[in-house]
Design a binder for this molecule. Structure first.
Ligand code: NAP
Ligand code: COA
Length: 265
């Protein structure tokens, strides 16, 4: 856990984190709990959510799991309602659930493309829509985790790139519509983050070493660094920020598609 912020910034608040059972989402859930939030965790695999909730509880926090698929609106809405029933309010929503894999566009099935858009983009809408009325009561905010693929053409990931670009546009539209209700909507776009499922899937074989050397800052990012960006946005430090996408990529996107061209063979 990074120590760059004051402690207890979010005491009394409630957070809802999708994809909270692993990787960046789990790190975000732990960070929000450490800052004082009661945390609801949503994902499809109950065992993964239980493990993160147990860690939060063991370290003095409060967490409850809501196994569900972000593609199913009624289940998402029930989870949000359950979170508010359990914890009494909702202040922070983090959309981190996503799916991705490497596939050439020419051989990607229509269902493969649709599946990733459904999880990433439609899932983000579903959760944001279900949470809105509760966030409006508390002046809460949403942060969605996108990726540099949203803006940088990236081989073998047209499905994820389209989905993440859609989330960034949705972020601006929701920020515009929901600003008068006091709900801020932002995104964080990480570059390569070490020790994650995303990197295991998207930079296989020898690629991690080659890619790392090309990152302008010369290294991969950490889950803690993504947490710090999200904490800035959901804390009072971010009170006048809405509709923004904050790049946390060590400068990787400055190079365009270059670092990823090895994927094309
Ligand atoms: P991860 O550990 O695989 O996290 C994705 C989470 O989403 C999993 O816990 C997964 O749990 C959940 N999920 C997937 N489909 C779901 C669905 N239909 N409904 C509900 N939950 C679902 O991968 P990660 O690398 O930490 O990625 C986290 C986020 O960061 C993603 O949005 C990703 O695009 C973004 N990102 C990652 C990197 C990176 O370097 N890793 C870079 C840029 C952006 P279940 O399978 O149990 O549902
Ligand atoms: N290459 C090409 N197509 C693939 C694929 C791959 N590696 N993996 C899945 N697909 C296709 C499937 O073939 C299927 O299409 P089809 O019906 O035309 O055959 C479609 O995608 C849906 O696959 P399915 O396994 O039924 O989807 P799911 O809903 O069970 O799982 C995924 C969703 C595919 C995104 C799965 O990888 C997942 O659950 N990922 C979550 C974790 C993750 O991706 N983390 C990294 C985040 S950056």
């Amino acid at each position: 856990m990074s120590n760059v912020f004051a402690k207890d910034l979010l005491v009394g608040k409630v957070a809802f984190v999708t994809g909270g059972g692993s990787g960046i989402g789990a790190g975000l859930a732990r960070m929000l709990a450490a800052q004082g939030c009661k945390v609801a965790l949503l994902g499809r695999t109950k065992e993964k959510l239980d493990a993160v909730a147990a860690h939060i509880t063991e370290t003095g926090g409060v967490a409850k799991v809501f196994p569900a698929d972000v593609r199913k609106y009624d289940d998402v809405a029930a989870a949000v309602t359950g979170c508010v029933a359990e914890f009494g309010r909702l202040d922070v929503v983090v959309n981190s659930a996503a799916g991705n894999f490497l596939s050439p566009a020419a051989s990607l099935s229509a269902n493969g493309f649709r599946t990733v858009v459904d999880i990433d983009l439609c899932g983000t809408f579903n959760v944001s829509r279900a949470a809105f009325e509760h966030l409006a009561k508390t002046g809460g905010s949403i942060v969605s985790i996108t990726a540099t693929q949203a803006a940088v053409p990236t081989p073998l990931q047209c499905h994820a790139g389209a989905a993440k670009a859609g989330i960034e546009k949705l972020t601006r539209d929701l920020a515009l519509e929901w600003g008068r209700s006091g709900v801020r909507v932002n995104a964080v776009a990480p570059g390569p983050i070490e020790g994650t499922e995303g990197m295991a899937r998207l930079a296989p074989g020898d690629m991690p070493d080659a890619l790392r050397k090309r990152v302008p800052l010369g290294r991969y990012g950490t889950i803690d660094e993504v947490c710090d960006a999200v904490l800035f946005l959901v804390s009072p430090a971010g009170n006048y920020v809405t509709g923004a996408t904050l790049l946390i990529d060590g400068g990787t996107s400055l190079l365009g598609a270059g670092p990823f061209l090895d994927l094309m063979g």
